[in-house]
Each structure stands twice: as structure tokens, then as C-alpha cells.
Design a protein around this ligand. Structure first.
Ligand code: COA
Length: 190
């Protein structure tokens, strides 16, 4: 298993894994073209990172994280405004959901807490340590950015990922109700 930083040539693979296995998230609902622009834009943001797991030449998983997440919406609006206008014209309700998302507790986070906002492994590659290794490498990325703790949030109903976060040593620090869902926040030290 090899973990590398995302390259432009990986964006399609990452977007397909995101759309297929993080399909309940708001980012997926914005569509394939938005997600391609999203991961493309993140490459140019030094506060953010996307790491890709390879088995041979095949991309089997990825994770994305960032520091200073409260500044991420402004960065993304600056980079993706044209795409967002197109979505607003076609699907105004999606933009309302996006606006609500800016009230997500992570955006009020302490600046010294990094955030993992996507982690997904291709089904055939699960339970082989890929997720754990991606989080380990993500910790290195936070360390490089002088961050000493990080967090991940997930719906309480998603038993598998909640068990995974517990098994890799994260601590559940709070459960917050957001737009009708109970969201667990898991934290880890670097
Ligand atoms: C959750 C997910 C990232 C785990 O990745 P993974 O590569 O399968 O996890 P690992 O193999 O590194 O597992 C590490 C430990 O967690 C356990 N674990 C992983 N997935 C589990 C699950 N669904 N249920 C129970 N335990 C699980 C493993 O058994 C292992 O335990 P061990 O150390 O006792 O052997 C993966 O299942 C996934 O991509 N799910 C779909 C997308 C998703 O829900 N992402 C999280 C939201 S952002």
C-alpha cells in the first residue's frame, strides 16, 4: 500500500470514490463537476491536503483534511463562484443547504484543531488497514502545519465508521444535533 499526495491525474478517481461511497453528504449532492472543481481547488490551498491510497496502480481510497477550516468557505466561494452560480440557477434549494452548512460546528472550531472532512475506501480494499494508514499519514500533514489535535465528524447512525474511529484510538468528544441529524465528533492527538 502506498499513500501519496493527490495529483491532478487522480482527481477523477477521488471524485468517483467520493460520489459512490460518501453519497449521503451535501458535497456529493452538488454533483460530479462541482466535486472535480472542489478537489482541483483544494490542491492550491496550503491549509488543505488530500492523500490518495494506491494498491499497485489503482486508487483504492483517499482522505482530505484542512486546518483553519473557518476560512475554507471563503476560499471555496472565491475559487468556485461560477460553478456555485450555475448550481444556484438550476437548484436553488441546494444553495440554501450549502448556506446552512456554514453553521456546521466545525466552522466555529478552535483554530488549532485540524479537520478531516472526507475519508473513503473502495469496498474491496476495506478492513485491510487502508483507512488507519490514511489517518496516520493525515496526522503527519497536520503536524507539518503545527497542529496538535484533529477531529472528524460523522452521523451517529453510521455505525461502521463510528466503530472505526473508536478502534483507531479517537475519542468521542461531543454529539451535536445539526439539521435533524445527531453528529458525533471524534478527536485525536497528533
Ligand atoms: C470507515 C472506513 C473509512 C474504514 O476504512 P478501512 O480501511 O476499512 O479501515 P481499517 O481496515 O483501517 O480498520 C481499522 C480498524 O477499524 C475496524 N473497522 C473498520 N471498518 C469497520 C466497520 N465498518 N465496522 C467495524 N469495525 C470496522 C477494523 O476492523 C480495524 O480494527 P482492528 O484494528 O481491530 O483490526 C471505510 O469503511 C469506508 O470508506 N467507509 C465508507 C465511507 C465512510 O463512511 N467514510 C467515513 C465518513 S467520512
Amino acid at each position: 500500500m502506498v499513500i501519496k499526495k493527490i495529483e491532478f491525474t487522480n482527481i477523477n478517481d477521488v471524485v468517483q470514490i467520493h460520489l459512490s461511497y460518501l453519497d449521503q453528504g451535501l458535497l456529493s449532492s452538488l454533483g460530479e463537476d462541482f466535486l472535480k472543481d472542489f478537489y482541483y481547488a483544494l490542491i492550491s490551498n496550503n491549509d488543505a491536503f488530500t492523500l490518495v491510497a494506491y494498491k499497485g496502480k489503482k486508487v483504492v481510497g483517499f482522505t482530505s483534511g484542512a486546518i483553519n477550516v473557518n476560512q475554507l468557505p471563503i476560499f471555496l466561494i472565491g475559487k468556485l463562484w461560477l460553478r456555485l452560480i450555475k448550481i444556484a440557477i438550476k437548484r436553488p434549494l441546494t444553495i440554501v443547504s450549502l448556506a446552512k452548512l456554514t453553521f456546521y460546528p466545525s466552522f466555529k472550531n478552535h483554530q488549532k484543531t485540524g479537520e478531516i472532512f472526507a475519508l473513503s475506501i473502495f469496498p474491496e480494499a476495506r478492513k485491510q488497514g487502508v483507512g488507519k494508514l490514511l489517518i496516520k499519514k493525515a496526522k503527519n500533514e497536520f503536524k507539518k502545519r503545527r497542529i496538535s489535535r484533529f477531529q472528524i465528524s460523522i452521523r451517529d447512525t453510521m455505525q461502521g465508521p463510528n466503530t472505526f474511529y473508536q478502534k483507531i484510538g479517537l475519542k468521542k468528544v461531543k454529539t451535536v444535533s445539526f439539521l435533524g441529524d445527531s453528529i458525533n465528533f471524534w478527536q485525536g492527538k497528533i
